[in-house]
Design a protein around this ligand. Structure first.
Ligand code: FMN
Length: 187
């Protein structure tokens, strides 16, 4: 076995720890809607991951600094709406202002549709909408991490080949590209 020089990591360079998320963030960037005290609100979110197939469970980070956090913790309901590329400018706007200060649906121009099982609205312009109830809050105090159960799901067949957007930090996004299909036993 060739010897490994103790300090030779060529071609690697140190990568700043606060920027690691830019390498790993899976996306797609989504919108999260809430309804609380007679008002609906929407925020942008990219820190999320599936954690179970059936029932479908989703882990996500909603910062305690967000207005949405209070609504989600109090009502235990939200909708995850998945936008395609055409909504990218609005998605960034939504993520850079707070429902504390403005009615984002009116100000940014998104259409609310009634959900079937939860109070927060679907977003008509998004190609998919997932109605969610909070399933688990044990990691909320430590990590702002909510586990959501998806209890109803909707998709718009008119948006038949949506390109999702994936966050790379500071307003940079990768746009979903070519699909390849390889043999796989896993779903
Ligand atoms: C691309 C993008 C991704 C974001 N991802 C998250 C996230 O995963 N979790 C989070 O708490 N905030 C995230 N944010 C920030 C919130 O969307 C932002 O704080 C928003 O203003 C919260 O709105 P609210 O105060 O109305 O709830 C993201 C913002 C952008 C632009």
């Amino acid at each position: 076995m060739p010897a490994i020089a103790a300090n030779n990591r060529e071609p690697m360079r140190p990568f700043p720890l606060p920027e690691v998320y830019q390498l790993l963030e899976p996306g797609p960037v989504v919108l999260l809607t809430t309804a609380h005290q007679g008002r609906s609100n929407v925020m942008t979110m990219s820190w999320h991951m599936m954690v179970e197939f059936t029932p479908p469970l989703l882990a996500c980070i909603v910062s305690s600094a967000d207005f949405s956090f209070t609504a989600l913790r109090a009502t235990r309901e939200c909708v995850i709406a998945v936008p395609a590329l055409d909504l990218a400018p609005k998605v960034v706007e939504i993520g850079n202002c707070s429902g504390r200060d403005i009615d984002k649906f009116a100000a940014i121009g998104l259409t609310q549709l009634p959900a079937a099982l939860v109070a927060p609205p679907l977003v008509a312009e998004c190609f998919a909408n997932l109605e969610c109830r909070v399933d688990e809050t044990r990691l909320v105090n430590k990590y702002n991490l909510f586990i959501l159960e998806i209890v109803a799901a909707w998709s718009n067949p008119a948006q038949n080949d949506p390109q999702t957007i994936h966050h790379r930090g500071y307003g940079r996004f990768v746009v979903d590209g070519e699909t390849i299909v390889l043999p796989s036993r896993m779903p």
